[in-house]
Design a protein around this ligand. Structure first.
Ligand SMILES: Cc1cc2nc3c(=O)[nH]c(=O)nc-3n(C[C@H](O)[C@H](O)[C@H](O)COP(=O)(O)O)c2cc1C
Length: 239
C-alpha cells in the first residue's frame, strides 16, 4: 500500500467511526428516558430494577427530599409485595412525589401469593391522581422467612428469567395492561387480614432485613445480598 492509499484508507476509517458515533449518540438521545424508583429489603426488587435498565433511584434515599418532582418518558416503580400491598415507604413516596410521564408502570415482586396486589396498587395510584399503564407482578424467592425453610425455598425454580423477558418485552412495547385479579384473590387476602391484622406493609422492610441478619438464614449466606447501605447484587439470594 502506498502513502496515498494509506491516507485514503485512514480518512475513510475516520469518517466511518465519526458517523457511527453520531448515529449512536442520536439513537441514545432518542431512546426513551426511563426512570425507575425502587424499594428493596433483600435484593429481589433491586435486581429487577437493574434488569429493566434506565436511571435507578432508591426510594429510601430520596423520600425526605423536599422536591420530589420527576419527569421522564417512562417512570416505573419496583417494590416487594407485603401482605399484597406496597410497603409503607413506597406508599408515602407515591403520595408525596409528583411523577410525570406518558408511560407509567409498576412491578411488585412476591414470593408465593400476591392475591389482589395489582388492584391494591392501582387503587393507591388512583387515590393520588395517577393512572399506571402497566401493573404486573413477578414471582421470586420469598423472604418472609418465618413461613418456611429458606434452603427449600432457594431450590424452587420460579422461572424468573421467563417472567422477566415477558415484562421487558411488554415495557418496550409500552403495553397497557394490568394483571387480572379474581374475587378469590380478594377474598383470600381479606381472610389473611382478618386473621393477622394489617401491619406488614408498615414494618415489613425492617422485619425482612432483621430476618436476614439473624441466624435464620445464615446457612444460605443471604447477607451477601445485604451490604451495609443497600443490596447491590442478588445473584446468591435468588438462585
Ligand atoms: C413483611 C413481609 C410480607 C410479605 N408478604 C408477602 C405476600 O403477601 N405475598 C407474597 O407472595 N410474598 C410476600 N412476601 C415476600 C416478598 O414479597 C418477596 O420475597 C419479595 O420479592 C422481596 O423483595 P425484596 O428482596 O426486594 O425486598 C413478604 C415478605 C415480607 C418480609
Amino acid at each position: 500500500m502506498n502513502r496515498r492509499e494509506f491516507l485514503k484508507l485512514t480518512a475513510e476509517s475516520a469518517i466511518l467511526m465519526a458517523t457511527t458515533g453520531i448515529r449512536k449518540a442520536i439513537a441514545e438521545e432518542n431512546a426513551p428516558k426511563r426512570l425507575i424508583f425502587y424499594f428493596t429489603a433483600t435484593g429481589n426488587s433491586l435486581y429487577i430494577a437493574k434488569e429493566l435498565g434506565g436511571e435507578l433511584i432508591s426510594i429510601p434515599q430520596i423520600i425526605k427530599n423536599a422536591d420530589l418532582n420527576y419527569t421522564a418518558d417512562e417512570i416505573g416503580i419496583i417494590y416487594p409485595i407485603y401482605q399484597s400491598k406496597a410497603p409503607e415507604i413506597v406508599q408515602k413516596f407515591i403520595k408525596k412525589a409528583k411523577l410525570t410521564a406518558p408511560y407509567k408502570f409498576a412491578i411488585g415482586t412476591y414470593g408465593k401469593k400476591q392475591c389482589n396486589a395489582v388492584e391494591l396498587f392501582d387503587e393507591l395510584a388512583k387515590e393520588n391522581g395517577y393512572t399506571f399503564d402497566y401493573i404486573n407482578t413477578m414471582l421470586m424467592v420469598d423472604n418472609f422467612l418465618p413461613r418456611f425453610d429458606m434452603n427449600e425455598e432457594l431450590k424452587i425454580d420460579k422461572h424468573e428469567d421467563e417472567q422477566l423477558q415477558q415484562i421487558k418485552a411488554d415495557l418496550n412495547a409500552h403495553k397497557k395492561w394490568h394483571q387480572p385479579v379474581t374475587q378469590e384473590d380478594r377474598d383470600f387476602r381479606n381472610s389473611i387480614v382478618k386473621q393477622y391484622g394489617e401491619m406488614l406493609p408498615v414494618c415489613g422492610g425492617i422485619l425482612a432485613q432483621k430476618m436476614l441478619k439473624i441466624n435464620v438464614v445464615k446457612s444460605v449466606n443471604l447477607l451477601y445480598a445485604l451490604p451495609k447501605k443497600e443490596p447491590s447484587e442478588r445473584e446468591v439470594f435468588c438462585r
